[in-house]
Design a protein around this ligand. Sequence first.
Ligand SMILES: [Ca+2]
Ligand SMILES: [Ca+2]
Length: 461
Amino acid sequence: MKWGLHRFYRSIIAANITKSTFNITLNIPSYPEPVTISIPINYQTLLQLLPVKIIAISDKALAGIIASDRFWDEHGYRSIYFSFEVEASDSSVAELLLKNAVSWAVQWQKLNTTELLGNLVRVPKETAQSFRNTLNMLPGNVLHSSGTILVEEGYSTIEMYLVKDKTYYMVVAHPTCDKVSVFVLEGDAEISSTVNITARITNITITASSSGTVKIGVKADPDSSLNPTYVAVKGINNLPVIFIESPANKSYIRSTVTIAVNATDDDGITSMEILINGTKVYTASNGGNVTCRYSWNTRKYVDGFYNVTIIAYDHYTSTIAKIIVFVDNTPPSIQNLSYTPTKPTTGEDVTVIVMVTDAGSGVENVLLSYSLDGADWVNITMNAKGGNIYEATIPGQPAGKTVQFKVIAFDVTDNVAVSSTHSYKVTSGAPTFEVPWSLTIGVIVALIAVTTLITVKKHRT
Ligand SMILES: [Ca+2]
Ligand SMILES: [Ca+2]
């Protein structure tokens, strides 16, 4: 152990701790350079424990006695760790040490005197209460909260975006150390005051001189080498405001529509997202972009209701806005087209009847379009007769006119359906005699038979 526990201890208390990394620098004997190791760390478990206590330590820190009392845990215990072979000694002091250790350990009992502050850091209940009281009295909203570990020489760093001339309050609960000190490591801000609210709670006031990211370092004046700590920062922040220009809420849409959104914020929008039925389809490409226009091709989606969600983020929080729209890309269905009379005479009106339905947004308008002898098409609106039936009349025409017609139907989103083209020719109305084809054949057959009969008779005579 040439390296020495003491050296290792110094490395630990000089560690630098960020959100999820423990950076420890080791000075290894006879190695020319210090070695820095970054350890990804899951504080979640560590912060829920209270540190062990050093009961005694020898001069050169080569031997020590450590006690642990897991009194908050239902399955807790007490334990004493001797870093030397106390049982090998025959002195009465060693025997007393062992006896006292056993006697203390067996007296373990669960104590309901702690709670997890912010569901993260184990602190005595009164510390938690005093933390909440302090926080409640300060103006603004909680912009940041986290659990961390404080050491004596290294820094635990917290990064935050601060707005020029605004004041921020950082409340620290430090249940295992008496004092904390806070420094601005990077960025344009000042620590204006550090006040000990109670023995284990400190309130630090920070003022930003310009807007930007500030890195704040926190240190402990320790009772133990690793100090679980809970930090919350409060300041006045307005939520982002979202305005959805289009499409309108509860509207029917088709084809490609533009989702146009405008978002504003006092400290700037950092990003914006558009989600369709929970799936992200758009992310603002650069921070601070407050207007976005997303072309949504609804043809790639099946007809139906869709939730469109917009999320706008500022540096601390976000605002969510939602609209619901109905996608309908399917034209109406035109069925059972009929017209009467089918053989109109001079001046006789023709009534066209059709059934039009739309399973999506519904039928908006049905037109009857007709053309006389191939001239320009004329549109008339068909009347809804109920039960999806529409009716219109083509005015009577002179004999000889050929009338072509078709039905055009629109749904609410402007999808259009066109029927096949039908036609009829107007006749004069004079009675006409039409010989059925079967009758004509019968007459021809009869004539042939008669002619043949006459021919045969002539030959016989
Ligand atoms: Ca804001
Ligand atoms: Ca439709």
